[in-house]
Design a protein around this ligand. Structure first.
Ligand code: PXL
Length: 247
């Protein structure tokens, strides 16, 4: 099975496409990548972001689609409108499950989706999603609504089939995800770990992508499994650099 991650490069391999390749290999699926932007960052901060040209992203996607069968696709950091337009035009007619993981700000506070690109993101990226996985903060930015259920419904109305709002509710010991499918809604709860970690959102969405690629299309099963996998990866994360942990 081959799965494709379209997103930013993170030299620390804590998030972005490098982190996705690590997750994909844990599921024994082959990870293909298309880079949208080159970030410079470590476990403490992001110091620069260089988006690739539209021409380069088109060429990367053409080289993948002209050679490989792709079983599932994940869209992570897209950064600007030019990148969004290329992704939309290359994926809109593709019959492959797509996971959209909205990346708006880094854990350390740097903007990873330009404000000027937000409208195009809503119009051109969200409708591609079989599953979209915003955290509570990202869901609020996309929908303009704080209430979890209403926010999920609004994002679904923009064209995403299933909406998973991660960390929708949280206590000292537990953290829950809210899931809205086409015809049902429910909550999945799990144990919380008190570690500040970089890239756990990427791990969650990449796990779902890997399982969809393997043919598991039951959202409740993929979300539960992905949540367990993220718990395990945060538990095993290490302070490799001088800042926050990396899984
Ligand atoms: O964790 C979100 C994320 C995703 N993709 C890239 C990133 C980050 C956070 O820094 O840099 C490329």
């Amino acid at each position: 099975m081959n799965v494709l991650s379209i997103g930013g490069s993170d030299p620390s391999s804590g998030a972005g496409i490098q982190s996705d390749i690590k997750t994909f290999s844990k599921y024994y699926v082959y990870g293909l990548t298309a880079v949208t932007a080159i970030t410079s960052q470590n476990t403490r901060k992001v110091t620069s972001i260089e988006p690739v040209s539209a021409k380069s992203l088109k060429a990367q996607l053409d080289s993948i689609f002209s050679d490989f069968h792709v079983d599932a696709i994940k869209i992570g950091m897209v950064y600007n409108s030019q990148i969004i337009k290329v992704i939309h035009s290359k994926l809109r007619n593709i019959k492959v499950p797509i996971v959209v993981d909205p990346i708006i700000k880094s854990t350390t506070g740097t903007i990873l989706l330009k404000k000027s690109a937000l409208n195009d993101y809503k119009k051109m990226i969200i409708p591609l999603a079989y599953v979209i996985t915003p955290n509570k903060y990202e869901a609020k930015i996309l929908s303009g609504i704080s209430n979890t259920k209403k926010s999920a419904k609004k994002i679904q109305a923009m064209g995403a089939k299933c909406v998973i709002i991660t960390g929708a509710t949280s206590s000292n010991s537990h953290i829950s995800d809210f899931i809205l499918e086409e015809n049902r809604e429910y909550v999945i709860s799990g144990k919380k770990i008190p570690i500040t970690n970089h890239g756990s959102g990427c791990t969650f969405s990449a796990s779902i992508t890997a399982m969809l690629g393997k043919g598991e299309h039951n959202i409740r099963i993929t979300a539960k499994h992905a949540k367990d996998h993220v718990y395990w990866s945060i538990k095993n994360s290490k302070k490799i650099g001088k800042g926050i942990n990396i899984a």
